[in-house]
Design a protein around this ligand. Structure first.
Ligand SMILES: C[S@@+](CC[C@H](N)C(=O)[O-])C[C@H]1O[C@@H](n2cnc3c(N)ncnc32)[C@H](O)[C@@H]1O
Length: 504
């Protein structure tokens, strides 16, 4: 990878999607959103001082067209315009009993051309299949999964399992199979409706619809949806789904770029979006999809923030090798001790004496890993901008690693560790040297991880791939690898910040 490209990736440039989108049929998109406005007005959707616009790098978004005050309702979407499980074509709903609501809405989008025609203006402003394939890792070459951070990979595998379940229900339903032979009897209206479905959809057609639903639905709780699992209480909302996401840090009111978003509310009659601060004309108006890390935003929404106060990175791959190593050492020590004890016992037996050690004393001492497993603290260690030197679980793991070797007996070590975990007191705090040792332990683990994994395995690994599209050694698309590289630059930044704190 050239220096220029790497710099571009670092700065978050080189995003194919934004460049291509700017070039692709600008005027047709302009018309599309204007048509959407006419359509929305006709449906009773009220926009007050805001309009959809193309935003470079973010597809469509919502802009203030005039100065807005705080607490101003800027969008009202009547409930009867929502696409819900109840608006799904009845033959699809009947054919997919038991599927998730997500899967059902996706089937409706992919299979039913008549509501698609009804929502033509809305469909026209949705991201294209190419946009979705550029940005969402579920569609990427599987070999790139080796280059995803641990949490991102876990999320992706869960998402894939959900998708596969829904797709296999669609495949097993009769909705895709062509009917054999003409029916002799007169068909009912519903059967005729069913006949109109687009039955030849492929996995990719369904995946596109499924990912559109994934990125555009809103939580919707009504007396009827309350009987569903939380994740099934979802609806699609035309126009409201054009709001982009921003994060907000309530603890840093004055921080630049830290914008309050709008509030979203729903009643039995409508969804409303209301400003929570003033906006100037021409400013993009965001909502907040939740306090999400960049791994989450990447897998679920297909983008990364440059600065994200809710970001975090899992450092299990830095900490778990330390725990494994200390467990191996522990096992070796225990084996040596057991051999010595056996010898002593044999000698005592030969002399007709009893072994003075009780059975309890012969139990091998617990390793830090055993202790963490026993107390529910094994794994899920994270760094985040709010806790640059590791989350509470990381602090627990460091204490388990330090307690045993630094105490006279394993029992004493375990007691010290349990004072921290069970009683919330920190014996390490009393001694600056001990505190410094904990910091050093973490700093060493992070440096090793940065060198061996982030630099060598990931960044060099991505670099080694041929960066020219179409070359046989290429894995995935250039924009996919750029995104991965960008993510790892962010991870490395978080690690460096932690090292500054730990060593500074
Ligand atoms: C609910 S839609 C918002 C409208 C969308 N931009 C569009 O063109 O239709 C969610 C998608 O918008 C994009 N998006 C939302 N917030 C973004 C942001 N802050 N930066 C970049 N892309 C964003 C992502 O592609 C995400 O999957």
């Amino acid at each position: 990878m050239t220096k220029r490209k790497r710099e571009a990736a670092k700065k978050g440039k080189g995003n194919k999607r934004s460049t291509r989108r700017k070039v692709r049929g600008k005027s047709s998109k302009m018309e599309a959103y204007q048509e959407l406005l006419v359509w929305a007005k006709d449906k009773g959707i009220i926009l007050n001082g805001v309009e959809p616009r193309r935003i470079p790098g973010r597809g469509m978004g919502i802009m203030a067209t005039k100065p807005l005050k705080e607490n101003q309702t800027i969008l009202t979407v009547p409930s009867n315009t929502l696409r819900t499980y109840e608006t799904v074509n009845p033959s699809i709903a009947r054919g997919l009993l038991g599927i998730s609501i997500h899967g059902l809405l996706a089937a409706d989008l992919a299979l039913d051309p008549s509501p698609s025609a009804k929502y033509r203006q809305w469909n026209a402003v949705c991201p294209t299949r190419e946009d979705v394939w550029d940005s969402l890792p579920l569609t990427w070459d599987h070999r790139l999964r080796d280059f995803l951070p641990k949490k991102a990979l876990e999320l992706l595998l869960k998402q894939e399992a959900k998708f596969s379940k829904d797709w296999s229900m669609v495949q097993q339903s009769k909705l895709l199979s062509p009917r054999s032979g003409e029916k002799e009897y007169e068909r009912s209206e519903e059967e005729e409706e069913g006949e109109k479905l687009n039955k030849s959809i492929t996995r990719d057609d369904y995946l596109y619809a499924w990912l559109l639903v994934n990125t555009r639905t809103f939580y919707h709780e009504t007396p009827k949806t309350k009987k569903f699992n939380k994740e099934d209480r979802m609806v699609l909302q035309p126009v409201a789904d054009l709001f982009n996401h921003t994060s907000y840090d309530p603890s840093a009111e004055e921080k630049e770029g830290n914008k309050k978003t709008c509030s979203v509310a729903f009643s039995p009659t409508a969804f409303t979006i209301t400003t929570t601060r003033p906006y100037t004309a021409g400013e993009e108006v965001y909502i907040c999809y939740g306090n999400h890390s960049n791994d989450f935003l990447l897998i679920e929404y297909g983008f990364l923030f440059d600065e994200n106060v809710w970001d975090e990175v899992c450092i299990d791959d830095a900490i778990l090798p330390l725990l494994d190593k200390s467990q191996q050492q522990q096992q070796q020590t225990s084996a040596t001790q057991a051999r010595q004890l056996k010898k002593t016992t044999r000698r005592l037996n030969e002399r007709g004496k009893k072994d003075p050690k009780s059975q309890a004393d012969q139990q091998p001492p617990k390793s830090p890993k055993d202790l963490l497993e026993e107390t529910g603290f094994l794994g899920n260690y994270n760094l985040d901008p709010r806790n640059p030197t590791g989350c509470y679980r990381t602090q627990v793991a460091l204490r388990a690693l330090s307690a045993l070797p630094s105490s006279l007996t394993p029992q004493e070590g375990e007691k010290k560790f349990r004072v921290f975990v069970d009683y919330g007191q920190d014996p390490w705090e009393e001694s600056p040297e001990e505190q410094a040792k904990l910091n050093m332990l973490l700093a060493q683990a992070l440096k090793q991880w940065r060198g061996d994994v982030i630099e060598k395995k990931i960044i060099e690994g991505l670099d080694k791939m041929e960066w020219k599209e179409g070359h046989e050694k290429v894995v995935g698309r250039e924009c996919h690898r750029d995104t991965l590289l960008m993510r790892w630059m962010q991870v490395r930044r978080m690690v460096d910040r932690a090292l500054e704190e730990l060593e500074g």
